[in-house]
Design a protein around this ligand. Structure first.
Ligand code: GLN
Length: 291
């Protein structure tokens, strides 16, 4: 990939074409390129308007070059820059954690709203915290609440911890595998359980983007086709033992399983079971209570 000059406008044109050739849409190519430029060089579009003759040093050029190369290999830009935006926060992410999705922001809005209405709710357990996005944003908005964030992955816990430190939040992190009977004793009693566990069936892989399949952690995404609700069942069982009454559970779910989830939660004696849609109109969240 030979670059014609070291002028930023030429460089943008050059790499934009490369990205379009690699099958990125024009708009996406532009916005990804600007994310890299902002990240590596600190320039925004406005800077270029004010100063059209910005030129790059050899080392600056190389950074952009390798960033674009990663994009061409379909590496998610969030893993290239190591950051993502979530609920007004800038969080660290890495290949050991799922990149937080906008749907999960909606889950935060739901919980924040309920916490405002019910001041008696004092503690939250976040199961499979990943980057810590749920715990960090809940704690930031509700500093009075005790938060316990657990994950089976050491790599995820490290990143989640960094994100809590970045925002000076006191969150309790534990390495716990909810599928292990032996670990269950370590789980604290709480007023709320929230979880966005793995919920994509292996058979759904064929419909997913290469950037997800090749780069995001399988551990955080996939379940087998013969037991796709495994995490929800185990977590709902944990709820029966560990939720203070009245307690509430919030799940992000696979859109294909709204009805099955309602049936399962009913059979386990949960009440006020509701499935809610995400901004795309898909069944994405389930809330339920224990009286
Ligand atoms: N919503 C994510 C995706 O579509 C999956 C999240 C999960 O498995 N918990 O890739």
């Amino acid at each position: 990939m030979k670059v014609p000059t070291n002028k930023l406008t030429d460089i943008i044109k050059h790499y934009r074409d490369k990205l379009i050739f690699a099958e990125y849409e024009e708009k996406e190519a532009d916005s990804l390129l600007w994310i890299l430029i902002q990240h590596y060089l600190g320039y925004s579009k406005i800077d270029l308007v004010k100063e059209p003759d910005i030129r790059l040093s050899e080392s600056e050029l190389l950074k952009v070059h390798f960033g674009v190369k990663d994009l061409i290999h379909k590496k998610p830009v969030q893993y290239i820059t190591g950051t993502t935006q979530f609920c007004d926060l800038e969080l660290e992410v890495g290949e050991g954690v799922l990149i937080p999705r906008p749907e999960t922001e909606e889950l935060i809005f739901l919980i924040n709203k309920d916490l405002k209405l019910n001041r008696k709710l004092k503690s939250i357990l976040d199961i499979g915290t990943g980057s810590g996005c749920i715990s960090v944003s809940l704690k930031k908005n509700n500093p009075q609440i005790d938060i316990y964030a657990i994950d089976v992955s050491e790599a995820a816990l490290k990143i989640a911890q960094k994100n809590s430190v970045k925002y000076k939040l006191d969150i309790n992190f534990y390495k716990i595998n909810v599928l292990s009977k032996k670990d269950k004793g370590l789980i604290p009693k709480v007023d709320i359980i929230v979880s966005n566990p793995p919920y994509v069936r292996s058979s759904e892989k064929v419909m997913m983007d290469r950037n997800v399949i090749n780069y995001e952690p399988e551990l955080a995404l996939f379940v087998t086709d013969d037991d796709p609700l495994i995490f929800y069942r185990v977590i709902a069982e944990i709820g029966l033992q560990k939720l203070n009454r009245p307690g509430k559970i919030y799940f992000e779910i696979n859109e294909a399983f709204g009805e099955d989830m309602i049936g399962m939660m009913k059979a386990m004696d949960y009440q006020q079971i509701e499935v809610k849609k995400d901004f795309k109109g898909k069944d994405r969240f389930l809330t339920a209570s224990l009286a």
